[in-house]
Design a protein. Structure first.
Lengths: 141, 141
DNA sequence: TATTACTTTATAATCGTTATAATTAGTCTA
DNA sequence: TAGACTAATTATAACGATTATAAAGTAATA
């Protein structure tokens, strides 16, 4: 059940001293339950029914709050707007070039690449990102 | 000499039926010679002296032309504006969290990851991107 | 030379995101 | 519980990157 995830996320926020407002609850719930990776605007539109007066700024503000709490990751791909993804376990994404669908893809972290990069460039490496692109089964028809 | 690279790029464009205007030459030259990965605005500003009347639109238009010709790649990271990178050989990037510097980093392609992704997700995989983040030697002080 | 297609320019429009100020709601303490 | 303080939300405006449009210029072709 995803309600367990939601509760866990909320406890997480409470411990970080973040107030749980109805809007925050709804945004978080939407992020966890929609298995997609919505844009801020998509979240805004999805919650229009429940919160007719909610401002876009609220969505952005709270996505930032969640990001700072480590609950949400912002995905910046080529298209115009960022997408937001609930952090559960570490995973990568595979993205359909045709319809834009984003699917999670689990793979052991590329630690080896990180350590090589560190030694070659002299950087102190913190993290990496990787995405794979292709055509999804639906679009292949 | 990077002039050889420039000539090769120009031949490439000519073959594709793209006219070489002074502006296009300058933009290409700047992209090849500056070892950085400039934004459209940085290119625009860098060429202000030589082309006082050039429009930002020209920069964007031609970056798109170069992209379509396969000469240039657009890099979309978290920050507000895209960066553009001359395609030479395949390489990855390592990015400084502190100053934003982007350094090339060569590593054999992650073919294994691609093929695993393909079998797990059913996608037909075309390509992938990866970036590494950390703190560069200068910023470590 | 006349015609045509392509480029550049200047400018305005668009769109995602952020900043601001006012209002509202929540929390805390006396 | 009242009053004071803090944080969150709202509405709106501002911003900045990018794109669209229309006019003018430039090169290519017949």
């Amino acid at each position: 059940m995803s309600s367990a995830k939601i509760n866990a996320a909320i406890d997480n926020l409470k411990e970080a001293g973040v107030r749980i407002t109805p809007q925050r609850h709804a945004i978080l719930e939407h992020l966890i339950q929609s298995m997609s990776h919505p844009t801020a605007d998509e979240i805004y539109k999805a919650l229009e029914g429940k919160f007719p007066n909610m401002s876009v700024a609220t969505v952005y503000n709270n996505l930032r709050v969640f990001k700072e709490a480590g609950l949400v990751k912002e995905l910046t791909y080529g298209d115009s707007s960022s997408r937001f993804d609930c952090v559960t376990t570490d995973h990568y994404h595979i993205i359909c070039d045709s319809c834009g669908k984003i699917v999670d893809f689990h793979y052991p972290g590329l630690d080896e690449v990180e350590s090589l990069a560190e030694s070659v460039t002299g950087f102190e490496v913190g993290r990496h990102r990787m995405e794979i692109y292709g055509v999804c089964p639906d679009c292949k028809r």
